[in-house]
Design a protein around this ligand. Structure first.
Ligand code: ADP
Ligand code: MG
Length: 588
């Protein structure tokens, strides 16, 4: 942590040194613009790079920050320091409205909606009399602090870059935290994150608001730097340019935002002089070059230019500083023999296909129940129905005496039901430890602001300790800092089990956990399952390895073509002619 502090102090000193050095004013001004762009791009890193949400409308939020501050300083004579917060308030409210409507939409609707939003705000700014129509607002006051004028030149440089550094530091802290891990899980679909208890829509909205707030701060700075504003820098063209900068720099990386802003600004200056000379008439031809560059970047260097720098930097080793952390509190397990799961005639129709047809069974506390059947029998669909990943067509599910049918999967997870997926769902570019720590989401409380201010250290250490403990329990202790995407199939499955265990479940649902495991790993897995059983955890196991199933399960439920074929002890099932017939030609 100490080396971290030193690095940030060095960056802050660099900013001060640049301000004190006799750099030509021209370069200070350029760097000022680069800082303004960087702030917006930082928001886009979070929005597009981290959460996978594409926005062409960030310039509109810059405009809200600029116009709000402009109008209130001019018309009410308020200090820019006050209007900064009024601008932020306007921004947050509009981001909540726009985000609340659009973030529920899937896929391509969001970028389209942000285009519409960017365009409409641009025309609104250009047509409102109070905002000076297309002439805008003139004669805005400069930003001053005590006796210093921070609105121009070097003062502005220190203010802007101070804010850029603060925002970058806050964002790096955020991404390496409980809410940050939840945010990083959004890009790969929401199913797994929801099953770990993450309210994905809420996090998307929070990200949208944060990105808008950064844009708004940039707009505030811009307005009082230029001392006049008009709608053109807040239009769709600029919205696209912000996205371009971020993609060029590296949309998934905090420092990619600054890299992109820097290179784009420098290139734009050169091209604006060069291109009209080449072509012979004046015009914004640089846009064409940017377009071509963007396509090339996406094809040949999708991680952006910062990734080239990053490869040269030494890989950061995570310091394990949580060995002394207190253990997390655990939920009380149901009493032995209590009915933990009661599935009553659940049914799922996919169009004309009845994938699950009136399935009923019970699981008692401390039982390991096997759900078996040929491929396509409906086992995974049954899992999805019980855990709330899919909606029921009919039937009821009771968990620990409470009806949970109809609840979202995160609410079911909160009540103590956890699962793995037949097709492993993980975040490949997070470490194994971080992936597993996602499972502790519901056991922590610290949110976005606590993470940014490092008020989350105690809890964070507890969560990471728990993640490490569960990884060690499944025999994955040597993989903590490995990138999850580098794991082979077997270890990936074990990682998922560790993640599910991090939720402190009363009922664990494992979908083919032994697929891809070696013989010894299967033996170890059986050991872990028995140990969990000893702790009072109940387990529902879907598995094709009959050796493992017969070994650990005390009760089996057999499905075929969506219906319940039979149920009984492993011995009864093994001797059942019905089951033999069902399996003939498919399994043993
Ligand atoms: P199992 O896990 O026992 O192999 P599944 O539950 O995955 O079986 O699938 C049961 C049946 O439902 C299969 O015929 C499968 O093709 C179908 N199915 C599963 N999921 C969907 C879906 N999302 N949409 C349409 N059909 C599905
Ligand atoms: Mg399946």
């Amino acid at each position: 942590m100490a080396s971290h502090g030193i690095r940030w102090a060095a960056l802050a000193l660099l900013v001060l040194a640049l301000a004190l050095l006799p750099l030509p004013d021209f370069w200070i001004t350029q760097l000022n613009y680069i800082g303004l762009y960087s702030l917006v791009c930082l928001g886009l890193v979070l929005l597009t790079g981290v959460a996978g949400l594409t926005s062409f409308g960030q310039a509109a939020f810059v405009g809200i920050g600029a116009y709000t501050s402009g109008w209130f300083t001019l018309n009410l004579g308020l200090s820019p320091w006050l209007t900064l917060f009024i601008g932020l308030a306007f921004t947050v409210v509009s981001a909540l409205i726009v985000g609340g409507i659009t973030l529920r939409m899937s896929g391509h609707y969001l970028p389209l909606a942000t285009i519409a939003w960017g365009l409409s705000l641009y025309y609104l700014m250009g047509n409102l009399d109070v905002l000076g129509k297309y002439d805008g607002l003139l004669g805005l006051p400069s930003i001053t602090f005590l006796v210093w004028d921070l609105g121009q030149g070097r003062g502005f440089f220190v203010l802007t870059w101070g804010l850029v550094l603060a925002a970058a530091a806050a964002m790096l802290l955020l991404l390496d935290s409980r809410p940050g891990r939840a945010m990083r899980s959004l890009r790969n679909g929401t199913q797994m994150a929801e099953a770990m208890g993450v309210n994905t829509l809420r996090y998307k909205i929070v990200i949208f608001v944060l990105a808008a707030a950064l844009a708004s701060i940039s707009g505030w700075l811009f307005a009082h730097f230029q001392r006049s504003i008009n709608p053109s820098p807040f239009g769709l063209k600029m919205g696209i340019e912000y996205l371009f900068m971020t993609v060029v720099g590296g949309v998934g990386q905090v420092w990619g935002a600054v890299t992109g802003a820097l290179l784009t600004k420098l290139m734009e200056d050169q091209l604006q002089v060069l291109l009209p000379r080449l072509i012979g008439t004046s015009g914004s031809y640089e846009v064409i070059v940017f377009g071509v560059l963007l396509v090339c970047m996406l094809k040949f260097l999708p991680d952006g230019l910062w990734s080239l720098v990053q490869r040269k930097l030494p890989r950061k080793q995570r310091v394990v500083d949580w060995t002394q952390a207190a253990a997390l509190p655990q939920r009380s397990q149901p009493a032995a023999g209590e009915v933990v799961l009661d599935v009553q005639a659940i049914r799922k129709k996919f169009g004309g296909l009845l994938a699950v047809n009136d399935i009923s069974f019970q699981i008692r506390a401390g039982q390991i129940v096997g759900l078996i059947g040929p491929n396509g029998a409906g086992k995974s669909t049954t899992f999805n129905l019980i855990t709330g990943v899919l909606g029921l067509s009919a039937g009821k599910v009771f968990f620990r005496g409470e009806a949970v049918s109809g609840l979202p999967s995160r609410e079911i997870a909160r009540r103590g039901m956890s699962r793995t997926f037949q097709h492993v769902k993980m975040i490949p570019d997070m470490t194994v430890l971080e992936n597993v720590a996602l499972g502790t989401h519901l056991r922590g409380r610290k949110g976005v602001f606590a993470a940014m201010a490092r008020f989350n250290r105690v809890e964070e250490q507890q969560l990471l300790r728990e993640a490490q403990r569960q990884l060690e329990r499944v025999g994955m202790g040597q993989y903590l800092h490995e990138q999850a995407g580098n794991l082979a199939m077997g270890p990936q499955r074990l990682m998922e089990i560790a993640r599910a265990l991090c939720t402190d479940p009363a009922l664990l649902l494992l979908d083919e956990p032994a697929a891809g495991l070696r013989h010894q790993e299967k033996q170890d897995l059986a050991g872990v399952l028995r140990q969990l059983q000893g702790e009072g955890v109940s387990i529902l196991l879907v598995e094709h390895d009959m050796g493992l199933v017969m070994d650990v399960c005390e009760h089996l439920v057999v499905m075929e073509f969506g219906t319940l074929l039979t149920e009984g002890t492993p011995l009864e099932i093994q001797n059942s002619p019905q089951v033999r017939a069902a399996y003939l030609g498919t399994e043993h």
